[in-house]
Design a protein around this ligand. Structure first.
Ligand code: ATP
Length: 347
């Protein structure tokens, strides 16, 4: 199948700043790909290269198999929603949404139909005659999405579309976006964010970025459960990274403890760590049965407790547990690590 979006060795330099090293990525029709990474990692730059907001220093951008590297944004036929892409304040909702269609000289009857259709899709049919200032942040963002969808783009680019919203509204909008996605089965979506909750809920695949490079790309669940890179393990799910010794293909040693680990094809001889999610770490009163540790800090988090531990072997470890019966800061404890944690490459 021809990818909806394809980046071939796309590099972007701003003077001496390299905002993107040669990036190769493709997105299939109907697929949602999230670009996830810390601030400054090059996510927005990659998305803007697809949108055509600047010309890459090197490489090509293809949409539906067509090379669009030299086309301006308005000739790429994309839907774009960026955080700063404010609605036109002097235009009613319906005129904002109709804007792209009118710019294409779409017949009036079709404009009216499409505006009604996309406003209904984002649950904003009752607001067509309002001005943007008469809408909440979440409602404005829905209208911005409707505006992007009005031209029926094969590709929708979303750059931190929820970052200006408060936490409760963000959750609501994630549910809305999920619904929207199921109603647009052929639309490819590229979603830029640094919020891993949004990514896990929305993305089919994730591309993890760091320092203007792609660290790793893969299906959401595979990347969450079996990351190959330590950066992915710590960024996506806040894994502890424990330096271990590899005994054989499926076994590692941590102090005296032998553990089965899943090493998804890591070449032998590379420095590795065991990625252990905080909620998979077990903590009990000391009896000598596990890894000995000292409890350094306890934070109540509502749904449970976050514990900071210092292993007597010399590493720090974070745990999340439902209860801390009988334990307090300074206690000596036994820590247990489950089998089958992923073995990751240490960058
Ligand atoms: N127009 C520009 N001129 C110069 N440098 C830029 C420009 N745009 C981006 N950069 C730089 O390129 C790098 C990547 O920026 P980019 O906006 O892609 O990061 P990001 O991962 O999207 O970050 P954030 O999550 O903060 O939006 C950064 O170092 C940034 O300062």
């Amino acid at each position: 199948m021809t990818p909806a979006v394809e980046l071939r060795e796309v590099a972007v330099h701003f003077g001496r700043t390299v905002a993107l090293h040669g990036l190769d990525l493709s997105v299939a029709p109907g697929e949602t790909l999230a670009l996830l990474g810390p601030s400054g990692s090059g996510k927005s730059t990659a998305l803007k290269a697809v949108a055509g907001f600047f010309r890459p220093t090197a490489g090509r951008v293809l949409l539906g198999g067509r090379d669009v590297t030299d086309l301006p944004p308005n000739r790429r036929g994309l839907g774009v929603v960026v955080q700063s892409y404010a609605l036109f304040p002097h235009m009613k909702v319906s005129d904002n949404v109709a804007f792209g269609l009118r710019a294409r000289r779409t017949p009036r009857r079709i404009v009216a139909e499409r505006v009604a259709e996309v406003l209904s899709l984002v649950g904003m049919s009752g607001f067509r005659d309002r001005y943007p200032r008469q809408l909440s942040g979440g409602q404005q963002q829905r209208v911005a999405i409707a505006r992007a969808l009005a031209i029926r783009p094969p590709v929708l680019l979303l750059d931190e579309p929820l970052s200006a919203l408060d936490a409760a509204l963000r959750e609501e909008m994630v549910a809305e976006l999920l619904r929207l996605r199921s109603e647009l089965p052929d639309t490819a979506i590229v979603y830029v964010t640094h919020d891993q909750g949004e990514v896990l809920a929305l993305a089919d695949r994730i591309a993890v970025m760091r320092d203007a490079r792609l660290v790793e790309v893969g299906p959401t669940s595979a990347l969450y459960h079996r990351p190959a890179e330590s950066f992915t393990a710590s960024f996506l799910g806040a894994s502890n990274l424990l330096p271990v010794e590899v005994v054989d293909a499926g076994t590692v040693r941590l102090g005296e403890l032998r553990l089965a680990a899943s090493s998804a094809g890591l070449p032998p001889g590379e420095p590795v760590a065991l990625g252990v999610r905080p909620h998979r770490v077990g903590v009990r009163e000391y009896s000598g049965a596990g890894l000995a540790a000292r409890l350094v800090a306890v934070q109540w988090r509502g749904t449970g407790f976050r514990l900071d531990l210092e292993l007597e072997l010399g590493h720090r470890l974070r745990a999340e547990v439902p209860a801390v019966d009988g334990l307090s800061v300074g206690s000596r404890v036994d820590v247990s690590i489950p089998d089958a944690c992923p073995l990751v490459r240490v960058a």
